[in-house]
Design a protein around this ligand. Sequence first.
Ligand code: SAM
Ligand code: DTB
Ligand code: SF4
Length: 343
Amino acid sequence: MNVHTPVTREVRTDWTRDEVAALFDLPFADLMYRAQTVHRAGFDANEVQLSTLLSIKTGGCPEDCGYCSQSVHAETGLKAEKLMDVDSVLAEARAAKDAGSGRFCMGAAWRSPKDRDMPKIVEMVKGVRAMGMETCMTLGMLTPEQSRQLAEAGLDYYNHNIDTSPENYANVISTRTFEDRLETLENVRAAGINVCSGGIVGMGETRSDRIGFLHALATLPHHPESVPINALVPVKGTPLGNMLAETPLAKIDEIEFVRTVAIARILMPESMVRLSAGRESMSDSAQALCFMAGANSIFTGDRLLTTPNAGDSKDAALFARLGVRPMTPAPACAAPACATEAV
Ligand code: SAM
Ligand code: DTB
Ligand code: SF4
């Protein structure tokens, strides 16, 4: 691949690893040119979609994800809490809507939801949707039946990240497999819910892992509608947070992060690419490069799930400097529930 290879916005699920590797090898300006061309063919390059996160069930998670503050295996001192009540969740959603957010993403520190939790979860989805916001949940692994229940409640998106390459997965998480993740993604897709799936870079992985990670996403039978690209938020007391504290040079180079975003955009031209966790420690210039590379969504507010986020006033200032507008109304939703109800 070189600057003369034609740039197309064709949606392909047959990308080869060699093609992804060739994109990573491009000179930066050529890569940005390709990403911009693909991005501008499908989106308004000055619009960014806003989503807001809420941790509806914090801490005490039995999984051992090496990056996560909420794992019982980590020593982060985070206090485990019970599932929030529906009214408190709806009050937070209302505040997010009033602050201009279009999508409300509710996250739970579970391996998978218990059937006894489902009625409350369903009420949360219905309540947020009734406010006219898009809904997203991330609750861990789902069965086909749980996926069906969430689809029936009107859930627009389900977030379930593949996190890293198949070959690096066991270095990061040992309590489930990459295939377990794919199985939930299949269940969600089969239920007709839009898929949100991405991962984390900056965990000390190799470029080959970043290639494998993006290749795995781009060769799913359907590209995820949303692709969150997180930069690791190093949390003291987690294996990966401790690793970064001991070897600061393992921190991902910002240019390599921007490359990862640009390649996600090129491989999945119709997906929303979200510049997710990690913005708090990123320079404005690096964020601007990510938007130029085709990122067109962020998490707003001053908190992600358990760690700080850039915050609304910082984002408003950045948007003003860049001439970026929040995407309103929310992009058309393809979930079956959207066809029947006004959003
Ligand atoms: N328990 C559910 C699960 O794992 O699917 C949902 C919540 S989990 C916190 C959602 C995602 O957040 C993870 O898959 C991971 O990609 C991301 N994440 C968690 N901790 C992070 C960190 N410290 N830095 C960056 N991303 C993180
Ligand atoms: C995703 O890819 N990133 C969000 C969301 N999906 C659920 C979570 C980021 C979590 C960052 C660490 C924390 O705040 O605990
Ligand atoms: Fe649990 Fe999700 Fe954190 Fe993993 S990422 S420990 S599954 S909350």
